[in-house]
Design a protein around this ligand. Structure first.
Ligand SMILES: Cc1cc2nc3c(=O)[nH]c(=O)nc-3n(C[C@H](O)[C@H](O)[C@H](O)COP(=O)(O)O)c2cc1C
Length: 415
């Protein structure tokens, strides 16, 4: 059923450089569902979850991160797409998620070093830089990638995009944010290489540009390719706003269709609103100031994600002209029909509060929030309803047990 529309600003379609049209200004940002099988195939739980979002009236729905290599997972239960043999399950997912004209894009990712200890046989990164001491018990120090391995990963991004298109996804997004492999290459902290892949800002951008070019080669000019990119890493010696602006300019010149702005990494989780100033949080959208800077300098469609909580906040960001699409994450995990309400001019019924276990060190980690919201996504995928009042501590403890068991099974299956 199409929503009753009384909210004209949010209801306007958006035409992208490649010609594709997004039916309204509301976009679901990627949220990793961990609803794949232990050998990383899509399941009917994804079909159910994405049908719910499509029926809820979202204009653009971006999948949780899909991996390009089964040996390099970010979490157990990730979907990893390597071959056309996976098309039947992917087609069912794409058909469900594009109902009613929703744009469904696959977010494509390689975690690099940001994969929990024990899940993969080894972790890799542009350089062998360890995690901060207090994170070292969760993440291994990675091995430096070889040139041949880098070229293989570039091809894999293109191959996964090609298969997504064949399956009926209507676009793809490169995950270039939040400290995963693309973001590791961009960062002077994580990338200390002195060959063609590092040493200067231009060389650090080479991997991303190679990924974009290969994807474009494999999907053609009329298919949307977007990117999620950090405004900054919020990390000493990391990727800065100036470098982010230069990267966006380069991508815009190359023909990217949409840039989604976010920020932070697991070491400095700005994307969930931790580590951002109170004044910023009160403006709702954490990275709005940066979006304004991009808008002033670069002509490219912009989506902004992180912190949107009210109809007023979304409308004013759109009305200011700084952005083209409002990106929503957590609200849609607890209220999948929210776009219908917003398009009818109504406020969300749910309030997003920090999820707390009562254990300080745990509450400061982004992984904690992810564990709680992943449980809500699973409930919807299993045909039920999210439980906005679920205890943070219960979700955390069950999450640890389950993740440990699934990690063990994943390793066994892959051996
Ligand atoms: C459960 C969960 C999983 C997430 N998984 C991803 C992901 O796979 N890829 C990604 O780019 N961002 C991911 N994010 C971050 C969201 O896309 C978004 O940037 C963040 O939640 C801030 O937006 P919000 O304030 O509207 O929630 C995830 C967030 C949550 C809560």
């Amino acid at each position: 059923m199409k929503p009753a529309v009384s909210e004209t600003l949010l209801a306007q379609p958006l035409t992208l450089p490649c010609g594709a049209v997004i039916p309204n200004r509301l976009a679901k940002s990627a949220m990793s569902e961990a609803l794949g099988t232990l050998d990383n195939q899509p399941t009917s739980r994804l079909d159910r979850l994405y049908a719910r979002w499509a029926d809820g009236g979202i204009g653009l729905c971006i999948s949780g991160n899909v991996m390009v290599d089964r040996r390099a997972l970010g979490e157990p239960g990730n979907v990893a797409i390597e071959s056309e043999a996976q098309l039947p399950a992917l087609r069912a997912w794409a058909a469900a998620g594009t109902r009613g004209g929703t744009q469904l894009w696959m977010q494509i990712n390689h975690p690099g070093k940001q994969a929990p200890k024990g899940l993969n046989a080894e972790t890799v990164s542009p350089s062998a830089i360890p995690f901060r001491a207090d994170m070292a018990s969760f993440f291994d120090t990675p091995r430096e990638l070889t040139h041949a391995e880098i070229e293989d990963i570039v091809r894999r991004f293109g191959n996964t995009a090609r298969i997504a298109k064949l399956a009926g996804f209507t676009g793809v997004q490169i995950h270039g944010a939040h400290g995963y492999l693309v973001s590791q290459f961009l960062s002077p902290h994580h990338n200390r290489r002195e060959d063609q892949w590092g040493g200067s800002p231009e060389a650090r951008r080479r991997f991303l540009m190679a990924v974009y070019t290969e994807m474009r080669r494999q999907v053609g000019d009329a298919f949307p390719i977007g990117i999620k990119l950090n405004s900054a890493d919020f990390q000493r010696g990391g990727f800065t706003e100036e470098e982010s602006l230069a990267t966006i300019q380069m991508l815009a010149d190359a023909g990217i269709d949409l840039v989604e702005i976010s920020g932070g990494t697991y070491e400095a989780p700005a994307m969930t609103g931790m580590d951002v100033k109170d004044s910023t949080r009160q403006r709702e959208a954490y990275f709005l100031e940066f979006a304004e800077k991009v808008r002033a300098r670069i002509k490219v469609p912009l989506m902004l994600t992180g912190g949107f909580r009210s109809l007023g906040g979304m409308r004013s960001a759109l009305a200011s002209g700084a952005i083209d699409l409002v990106g929503l994450g957590r609200l849609l995990a607890v209220e999948p029909e929210l776009p219908q309400r917003l398009l009818a001019g109504q406020e969300p019924t749910q309030v997003i509060r920090p999820i707390s276990t009562g254990i300080g060190v745990v509450d400061r980690m982004a992984l904690m929030e992810v564990a709680w919201y992943t449980r809500q996504l699973r409930r919807i995928g299993e045909g039920g309803e999210p439980r906005p009042n679920e205890s943070g501590l219960t979700a955390f403890l069950l999450g640890i047990v389950e993740s440990g068991w699934k990690t063990f099974r994943t390793r066994r299956l892959r051996a």
